[in-house]
Design a protein around this ligand. Structure first.
Ligand SMILES: C[S@@+](CC[C@H](N)C(=O)[O-])C[C@H]1O[C@@H](n2cnc3c(N)ncnc32)[C@H](O)[C@@H]1O
Length: 266
């Protein structure tokens, strides 16, 4: 993977990401991650690669005014949206590879759908372990392997066929932490004890195939990497490959497999 595949967005795409991507996909995973990590009132929680902050918001709701929630991300646009929605949460700019926090600051460190974008994943997990207290939790969600994605597999084939190499590099990154065995190895290599590793079949829900494709393109860095013609071709071919997941009313329910890993800092 190249170090440039870090899912960086401009403000329009970050707003679109929050409006479309988050409710369609990421909102389903945040409560699962919070539950798996055992987040409870009074804790201090860090959300790494927080994006527009869906995990941090769920954590804050769970803490209900007790404890502390901090979200950290590399991207100014994502953080601007996060701040607009929840000004009461502490949003910080920072790199997962060098987290801007002292050692043992947090009871739990969470990372949703972001680990695959970090150029040094073991290094980032080591950083998460460093800022977790002894006996604290580090937990992550990542998408499963592309081979295990019945809807995204064919859709990615369509996108790969029409998009250029630059777009392809981004699309391949999404699925690059998908091997659950390798994922556990990354945690071990970072000095963490894996407590649980499970796979879950979620559902990406969109009003139409058009909405599915718009979300994937306009809520991601893909928007800057394809021509209008490539975009139109992807839209056209997506109708066919997503038909098995399209209802009579035109809405799409696309299965999306992901893995949830929880670990303890020794
Ligand atoms: C697909 S988004 C996921 C955001 C959020 N966790 C969610 O569930 O909606 C991936 C996020 O990782 C962030 N990111 C990528 N590389 C990073 C790094 N090295 N350090 C911190 N954040 C990073 C991106 O800016 C982006 O906000």
């Amino acid at each position: 993977m190249t170090a440039t595949e870090t899912f960086q967005l401009q403000i329009t795409a970050a707003e679109f990401y929050e409006q479309k991507f988050v409710p369609a996909i990421f909102a389903e995973w945040a409560p699962l991650l919070i539950q798996a990590a055992g987040i409870s009132p009074g804790q201090s929680v860090l959300d790494v690669g927080c994006g527009t902050g869906i995990v941090a918001r769920h954590a804050a709701n769970r803490l209900a005014g007790t404890g502390v929630v901090v979200g950290v991300d590399l991207n100014d646009a994502m953080l601007a949206v996060a701040r607009r929605i929840r000004p009461d949460i502490d949003w910080r700019k920072g790199d997962a590879g060098a987290l801007p926090f002292p050692a043992r600051e947090f009871d739990a460190v969470l990372c949703q759908m972001a680990l695959m974008f970090f150029p040094d994943r073991v290094g980032a997990l080591r950083e998460m372990a460093r800022v977790a207290r002894d006996g604290g939790t580090v937990a992550a969600v990542v998408p499963g392997r592309l081979a295990d994605q019945p809807a995204y597999g064919p859709f990615m084939d369509v996108a790969a066929r029409h998009a250029g190499d630059q777009a392809l590099a981004l699309l391949n990154t999404y699925w690059s932490c998908g091997d659950i065995g390798e994922l556990q190895w990354l945690f071990h290599a970072a000095g963490l004890d894996v407590v649980s590793a499970s796979s879950h079949m979620g559902t990406a829900r969109h009003a139409s195939v058009e909405a599915f494709v718009r979300t994937e393109v306009e809520g991601s860095p893909l928007i800057d990497r394809i021509t209008p013609r490539q975009y139109a071709s992807i839209r056209e071919d997506a109708e066919e490959v997503l038909r098995p997941f399209t209802s009579a009313d035109g809405s799409v329910a696309a299965p999306l497999q992901g893995h949830i890993i929880t670990a303890t800092k020794k």
